[in-house]
Design a protein around this ligand. Structure first.
Ligand code: KG4
Ligand code: ZN
Length: 365
């Protein structure tokens, strides 16, 4: 492949409306020419979580504006685009449908190839876009809707080693923030509070560490936080700033410990198969957490394993990752017809049995 491919990507599977243009010439590093994200945090803030119907309507209103801005920022027009990549799942179905309909409209009007992209593949391939890491690698995907360990061998070739059996970690961060009256999204607020807290004052459980597999559970941490909060309130009549910081620090330390311990296990399984390419990559919104990044960096240093974490803006939902995953599919001849459907569930590893995990976007992996 020597020629230049320029891909327009669209993302609308949760609460971010995003469009981006990614270009690659031959095997030179792919370039992000634009990466526009219209967040919806304000629209959902009164409800304490993402309201699917509000999200879908906001995507439908903003997608075309977002595409125009992405093209303008890249200094390009649709004449310069070689293919349209769009998140076709998994996610909130109304939002995914908005994106798929928009992409189909552009593809049909301009006679451009259409490529449906799995949102999880978008996150999982991001380290290839940002750091050009080679296949295979072990991927830890941690976000508001998912948590899983995947061996990535190719753009559509993933093996899941394990994942959450209930909530995703981002969901637990968001719930923790809600229980403590901190702003959404909860991850950044809890992380900021935790900086001033004592992680040892309130002891949180480390769920599933007694099990030898790579599965995780986060719902018990939420319950533990609720109990600890209520106990402090019962004893002292309310929470001080320091109580809140200590609760956040204790909670975050438990998440870090669990992720580090399970990642050690997942790396063990990965090494059995790939002893010569010790590489761990992390992606998804929760990968923005500095304590988690530090825990994983230290683990990888101990195990002589290369560690990659994309820049924060490319860890959370964005369309550059969709355009890039679309580019890898495009290069393999992957094309979809105008009958492309939006899928609420779409596991990356089709052979692993479904996990029980629900996640804020609903059970899907
Ligand atoms: O990947 P993402 O943007 O959306 C999903 O696909 O879910 O992830 C969003 C999640 C939210 O739950 C948010 O609280 C969490 O990522 N998050 C964080 C941090 N920044 C965002 N969690 C922990 N620490 C952070 N610094
Ligand atoms: Zn995501």
């Amino acid at each position: 492949m020597t020629q230049t491919r320029t891909i327009l990507g669209l993302e609308s599977s949760c609460d971010d409306t995003a469009a981006a243009v990614v270009r690659q010439t031959g095997q030179a590093p792919a370039e992000i020419l634009s990466n526009v994200v219209y967040g919806q945090t304000d629209l959902h803030s009164a409800y304490g979580g993402v309201v699917p119907e509000i999200a879908a309507r906001a995507h439908a209103e903003k997608l075309d504006l977002c595409v125009i801005e992405a093209l303008n920022t890249a200094n390009l027009s649709l004449d310069d685009i070689d293919a349209i990549a769009v998140t076709a799942g998994p996610g909130l179905i109304g939002g995914v449908m908005s994106g798929v309909m928009c992409a189909k409209g552009i593809a049909a009007a301009r006679d451009l190839p259409l490529i449906g992209v799995n949102h999880l593949a978008g996150h999982a391939l991001t380290p290839r876009l940002t750091d050009r890491i080679a296949y295979p690698y072990l991927m830890l995907l941690v976000s508001g809707g998912h948590c899983q360990y995947l061996i990535a061998r190719g753009p559509e070739d993933f093996t899941r080693l394990g994942g959450t059996i209930d909530d995703a970690p981002g969901e637990a961060f968001d719930k923790t923030a809600r229980l403590l009256g901190l702003p959404q999204p909860g991850g950044p607020s809890v992380q900021a509070e935790a900086q001033n807290g004592d992680p040892k004052r309130i002891r949180f459980p480390r769920p599933l560490l007694d099990r030898k597999d790579c599965n995780l559970s986060f719902s018990g941490l939420k319950t533990a936080l609720l109990r600890a909060r209520d106990q402090i309130v019962a004893e002292k009549g309310g929470l001080t700033r320091q109580d809140r910081a200590d609760l956040c620090a204790g909670f975050q330390a438990a998440v870090v410990d669990v992720l580090v311990a399970k990642t050690r296990r997942a790396l063990g399984l990965y090494f059995e198969e790939n002893p010569n390419q010790p590489t761990l990559a992390v992606a998804g919104g929760v990968a923005a957490n500095t304590a988690i990044r530090t825990g994983l960096t230290d683990l990888c240093a101990q195990l002589n394993t290369a560690f990659t974490a994309p820049p924060l803006a490319l860890c959370t939902d964005n369309a550059a990752m969709i355009a890039y995953a679309g580019l890898e599919r495009f290069d393999m001849g992957g094309r979809d017809g105008l009958d492309l459907t939006a899928r609420p569930r779409w596991p990356l590893d089709k052979t692993s049995p479904a996990l029980l995990g629900s996640g804020k976007k609903g059970a899907k992996a």
